[in-house]
Design a protein around this ligand. Structure first.
Ligand code: HPA
Length: 270
């Protein structure tokens, strides 16, 4: 994989003379973030060697290079999910590439289902920790020390300093935020009521189908990581009947302006 990552990085660097400091994975709730960027270059995933090939129709897949103020950013427009059939190595390959393009801070966003009763649809949650219950570990297999150590310290998967800065910014912008623990499952089904209960009993506040593998790989390579989640549905008896992908997309869109300005200011001021 080392050679593949280096090959991909060389290919990108030949086309884009740009060393990004921030990587941003645009999930639901942050899709339009590139409008806040002064875009210098866009590279569709299907033109990038070794990148996973998207099977989803109409899938927006591109690396977007640009600036926010004086900060250099590369955004991943579209991510790869395990439930789509990719291996965990494929799901997390782009994160490896970001690191060797120069990124040392990674911001990940997602939509999730809330099980903390103080949340409601549209709540914005800064992820403080996660529980990995996806079925395959992205670091399983022979470890390549050039990426990072065999046994990764996971005491601070989400940077406390970045959370503190984002909290301060949210207060200044009058954006209500929460903190919470994200539990990662593979999907693609939404959870049953019994599973949402399990998620809560296990100590998580929200549940989703992405992010955890990406953050594990980011921490393997010592990237400082910040995660933000939009609660798009509540996993409780009253709400569970209507949960659908459309509802998720709609709720994520509603929260988008606030999530966008929070991330923009975090990048500008951190
Ligand atoms: N469960 C899992 N993933 C999700 C959910 C959910 O309720 N909402 C958005 N992504």
């Amino acid at each position: 994989m080392w050679e593949q990552v280096q090959e991909t990085v060389s290919f990108i660097q030949e086309r884009v003379n740009f060393t990004p400091e921030y990587g941003v994975i645009l999930g639901s709730g942050l899709g339009s973030f590139t409008s806040d960027m002064q875009v210098h270059f866009t590279l569709p995933y299907n033109e990038i060697p070794n990148f996973p090939v998207s099977t989803v129709q109409g899938h927006k897949g591109a690396l977007v290079f640009g600036t926010i103020g004086s900060k250099k950013v590369v955004a991943m427009q579209g991510r790869f999910h395990y439930y789509e059939g990719y291996s965990m190595t494929e799901v997390t390959f782009p994160v490896r590439v970001l690191k060797f393009l120069g990124v040392d801070k990674l911001i990940v966003s997602n939509a999730s289902g809330g099980v903390n009763p103080s949340y409601k649809v549209g709540s914005i949650v800064m992820i403080t920790d996660h529980i990995n219950m996806t079925p395959e570990h992205p670091l399983r297999g022979k470890n390549d020390e050039r990426f990072g150590p065999r046994f990764v310290n996971m005491s601070e998967p989400y940077s406390r300093k970045m959370i503190a800065k984002a909290t301060q910014i949210a207060e200044e912008l009058n954006i209500v935020t929460h903190e919470g623990i994200y539990l990662g499952l593979q999907g693609p089904t939404f959870e049953t009521l019994a599973e949402y209960k399990m998620v809560k009993i296990l100590g998580a506040d929200c549940v989703g189908m992405s992010t955890v593998p990406e953050v594990i790989v980011a921490r393997h390579m010592d990237l400082e990581t910040f995660g933000i989640s939009v609660i798009t549905d509540m996993g409780d008896a009253e709400s569970i009947g209507t949960i659908s992908h459309d509802e998720v997309l709609e709720a994520a869109k509603e929260a988008e302006p606030q999530v966008r300005s929070l991330i923009k200011e975090l990048i500008l001021n951190y």
